[in-house]
Ligand binder design. Structure first.
Ligand SMILES: [Zn+2]
Length: 376
């Protein structure tokens, strides 16, 4: 049946495994198929629940799993059959790990029927197994923390250390982002009535965060509030660009997606799409596009002018460096007697000499010019 589903029906291995597992359970307990048909429990959730179903508990468990996500059903199952806590472990991974595709190609079909490893998996109602790959840096820091806390935690329990560290991190980030936990200033409330600078006062951020319970405030047409507690942003209901005020009653918490949705409704989709582009590439249609093009042309011309000027400066500096300094010129004009007798310089009319010791005439003769040309 497995091969038929994969080869003939074109199901993936995972999908086939889920369907076959639930179908087998459905033979024993028809209520499973009823729950699936009515949509009370989805296929992935049933797959997790099926191994725990018995003739006595299956109706009760299906009722408890109704409307729950797969993760919630996993927690329900973990509470029913708790696993022992896993021991602390830090071990070095092999240098080259074979890729997942290679494993899939080599492993037999039966071995592939494994659920994807999850980084946080429930073990019982209150315990979870957390798994991740750490850098050498983190390993060293964990060992340092274990050593520092040895007087309080002689066992060096990693879960305790990580929990304490995460507690500190949460407090720090809440203070930074939402001013939560900071002491209010003694001089009272910030002035939010008139135009204010862009950074939002800490008192306003704290008030909004506590009032909205650190969660997105979007409510859909069925009255369901968005459950998002990550990527939260402050949304000015009347638009910051329009009011330039931080009235706490006109500010709410929104997740990033719902904040963008609100901004599109307020300012229009075209405007927001332009605003989302990286700086320097934002071009508005019509007059703005013309202005942008003109500015680009001016920029190109300015760059060319600067390059030309620096080139001329460089050339004049190099010719200056080739010209002899006045005192050197004086020294060179009186050659040493030995040098004068050894070399037979051609006397020039002016009597000046070039810095190389040769004669230098203000008016070059054709022979001089020929000589220079031969050297070059
Ligand atoms: Zn939301």
């Amino acid at each position: 049946m497995f091969a038929f589903c994969v080869m003939k029906l074109g199901f993936s291995e995972d999908a086939t495994y889920n369907r076959l597992g639930v179908a087998h359970a459905g033979r024993k307990f028809p209520a499973v198929l009823d729950a699936l048909r009515s949509g009370e429990v989805h296929l992935s959730g049933l797959r997790v629940l099926v191994p725990r179903l018995t003739a006595e508990n299956h109706r009760q468990l299906l009722a408890r799993a109704a409307g729950k996500s797969k993760r919630e059903i996993e927690e329900l199952v973990a509470a029913l059959a708790p696993k022992p806590p896993v021991p602390d472990a830090m071990r070095k991974l092999p240098r080259s790990v074979p890729s997942e595709t290679a494993q899939l190609a080599l492993a037999p079909a039966a071995a592939r029927r494994v659920e994807h490893a999850r980084s946080i998996a429930p073990l019982s109602e209150d315990t979870f197994k957390v798994q991740f790959t750490a850098s050498r840096r983190l390993r060293d820091k964990l060992r340092q923390a274990q050593d520092l806390l040895r007087h309080r935690l002689p066992s060096g329990d990693l879960a305790n250390i990580v929990e304490s560290a995460v507690d500190l991190l949460i407090v720090k980030v809440k203070k930074e982002r939402f001013a939560a936990g900071r002491k209010p200033r003694p001089n009272g409330k910030a002035n939010t009535a008139g135009p204010c600078p862009r950074p939002m006062p800490a008192s306003v951020r704290r008030h909004v965060y506590v009032r909205d319970q650190g969660r997105c405030t979007f409510v859909d047409e069925f009255g369901n509030r968005c459950p998002e507690t990550g990527m939260l942003e402050f949304d000015h209901i009347d638009g910051w660009a329009r009011t330039h005020t931080h009235d706490p009653d006109r500010i709410r918490l929104r997740c990033h997606a719902h904040n963008q949705h609100a901004a599109e409704q307020l300012y229009g989709r075209d405007f927001m799409e332009r605003a989302r582009r990286p700086r320097g590439t934002r071009v508005a249609p019509g007059r703005d596009a013309m202005r942008h093009r003109r500015l680009c042309m001016e920029l190109v011309l300015t760059k060319a002018r600067v390059a030309d000027r620096s080139d001329r400066l460089r050339r004049s500096e190099s010719s200056e460096s080739r010209r002899p300094l006045p005192h050197l010129r004086r020294i060179n004009s009186t050659p040493p007697p030995s040098a004068a007798s050894a070399a037979t310089p051609r006397p020039s009319r002016s009597g000046t000499r070039s810095p190389r010791g040769g004669p230098r005439s203000s008016r070059r003769t054709p022979s001089c010019r020929r000589g220079r040309g031969q050297r070059g």
